[in-house]
Design a protein around this ligand. Structure first.
Ligand code: NAI
Ligand code: BAL
Length: 491
């Protein structure tokens, strides 16, 4: 047994939903199982919360917010607590990484090197940033002072996906807590364990009871009541575009809470005619689509290659796909573990079958590899009408499309409802800059696949995003209200 499997055997697993500083069962006693998608074994049984639990969590958040136990603290005090929170996350690096890997199917090596450290970094970054931000004074006559201040918005709900459970929680609670809000998190039902551990660690670090709550459960039973709650001031979501749309409806039909959505993508890598070192490009693009089993919102699931470089790129991508190592996510050598669930495996398989049926050529992969493992797959001769060109697959599946010219490549890249990210390759930096401007996407990597980093805003154009950005100081806008205080000095 490897070291991580033995950590897995000894893990202390959270057993309740986290409301007002304590783990509790659901009010109606309902539960659901969370499973290891590689072995199929039940890892834990968790509360299946409903509207009454959501009410209790929101009430705890509201009480703590109005009491000022967190919102009223000096920014430097919040910074100190968040810094301790980040330290505690890193102190539990191995346990959190193993728990995340077991629950989500993510390779433990990635959880150790990316997910957990980036989670701690995100909490620390926002804690550090917020006590250096100044409010503004408006230009006025000497008879008045116009203060423009940012205030915490109040009770924030965060509804999370299963592909980066820890990191997406950090992207939401980092800036929300730093700016003084109280938060209710609804993790994805497939991957709730580490969210509960995070809540316990936050409490240990000094985040007061009620300020960070976690309600576990299903989307319609626990997510929808949060979306419709009359006492939630803002809701932030990462997940599918279909569910994102629902949150806009919930808001419109309830209290018009602010909504910020980070949703699906169909990101393209555009390889222009003058791109060189195609082998290197293929290596980067293999990582851009196969990493995290392709379960990544910015996964470059389309490659649009100029006809002059097309054949070489397809051959290199096939080689890359063959080299990818699949297996048990707790084996530190594994590059791709299982897809997150049977339901998701069926979705990915179905889209791959549609690609075959619509005439795309399977160059590599194209099928499962046992259990929930899916072989890294490269399709060639993909055209814009095909489902695999238009639909988010969220699996290790890339389609390569031939472009007749550089302009045609950009046109094809933009032929999607989504606009989350894109990648562009050219050895001419002026041309690359000009073409990067033409790509309708929130993040464009030039000569590298990139999501940016903690200091750069992250979010999408078109059906990929709505209402704000994660990451960077820009994220603080989601969680604060702008207020003008006008002081008349003549009175
Ligand atoms: N942008 C991204 O990072 C993500 C995109 N996706 C896309 O979505 C597809 C489906 O994955 P799902 O897990 O089904 O994502 P989803 O969008 O259904 O789930 C995300 C979150 O929304 C909640 N939710 C689901 N239905 C809800 C409802 N009616 N009301 C309120 N909350 C609800 C879920 O419980 C979960 O916490 C994936 O195949 C992928 O294409 C999924 C996860 C993350
Ligand atoms: N890649 C981080 C954001 C996401 O997949 O949802």
């Amino acid at each position: 047994m490897n070291a991580y499997a033995s950590i897995a055997n000894g893990l202390r697993l959270p057993s309740g939903t986290f409301i007002d500083g304590t783990l509790k069962p659901a009010i109606n006693g309902a539960t659901f199982e969370t499973r290891n998608p590689y072995s199929g074994a039940v890892i834990a049984v968790l509360p299946a919360c409903g509207a009454a639990d959501v009410d209790a969590a929101v009430a705890a958040a509201r009480r703590s917010f109005e009491a000022g136990v967190w919102s009223g603290k000096h920014p430097s005090e919040r910074k100190a607590v968040l810094s301790t929170f980040a330290d505690l996350i890193m102190a539990d690096l191995e346990e959190l990484a193993v728990m995340e890997a077991m629950d989500a199917g993510k390779p433990v090596a990635d959880c150790l090197s990316v997910d957990v450290p980036e989670t701690a970094n995100c909490i620390r970054w926002h804690g550090e940033a917020q006590d250096k931000l100044y409010d503004q004074i408006a230009p006025t006559s000497p008879d008045a002072v116009g203060l423009i201040v940012r205030e915490p918005i109040g009770v924030v709900a965060a509804v999370l996906p299963w592909n980066f459970p820890l990191l997406m929680m950090a992207w939401k609670i980092g800036p929300a807590l730093a700016t003084g809000n109280s938060v209710v998190v609804k993790p994805a039902e497939q991957t709730s364990l580490t969210a509960l551990c995070m809540a316990e660690l936050a409490l240990e670090a000094g985040v007061p009871p009620g300020v960070l709550n976690v309600v576990t459960g299903m989307g319609p039973e626990a997510g929808e009541p949060l979306g419709r709650h009359m006492d939630v001031d803002a809701l932030t979501f990462t997940g599918s575009t279909d569910v994102g749309r629902r949150f806009l409806e919930y808001s419109a039909q309830s209290n018009l809470k602010e909504v910020c959505l980070e949703m699906g993508g169909k990101s393209a890598a555009v390889v222009l005619s003058d791109a060189t070192d195609i082998a290197r490009i293929a290596e980067i693009q293999a990582n851009a689509i196969f990493w995290n089993m392709g379960e990544n919102c910015t996964a470059n699931s389309r490659i649009i290659a100029h006809k002059d470089v097309y054949d070489e790129l397809v051959a290199e991508m096939a080689q890359q796909a063959s080299a990818w190592k699949l297996g048990d996510q707790l084996d530190p050598e594994t590059q791709n573990g299982p897809l997150v669930s049977e339901e998701h495996f069926a979705k990915v398989s179905g889209l791959v079958e549609s690609g075959k049926a619509q005439g795309a050529r399977v160059v590599k992969g194209g099928e499962g590899a046992g259990g929930m493992l899916f072989r890294p797959t490269v399709f060639a001769e993909v055209t814009a009408e095909m489902e695999i060109f238009q639909k988010e697959i969220f699996g290790p599946v890339v389609g390569v499309t031939r472009a007749e010219s550089d302009e045609h490549a950009i046109e094809l890249a933009n032929q999607t409802q989504y606009g989350l990210a894109a990648t562009l390759y050219s050895k001419d930096i002026s041309k690359a800059h000009r073409f990067a401007r033409k790509l309708k996407a929130g993040t464009v990597g030039v000569n590298a696949y990139s999501e940016g980093e903690i200091s750069t805003p992250f979010g999408g154009f078109k059906a990929s995003g709505f209402g704000g950005r994660d990451n960077g100081i820009h994220a603080h806008e989601q969680y604060t209200e702008l207020k003008t205080i006008w002081i008349d000095l003549t009175a």
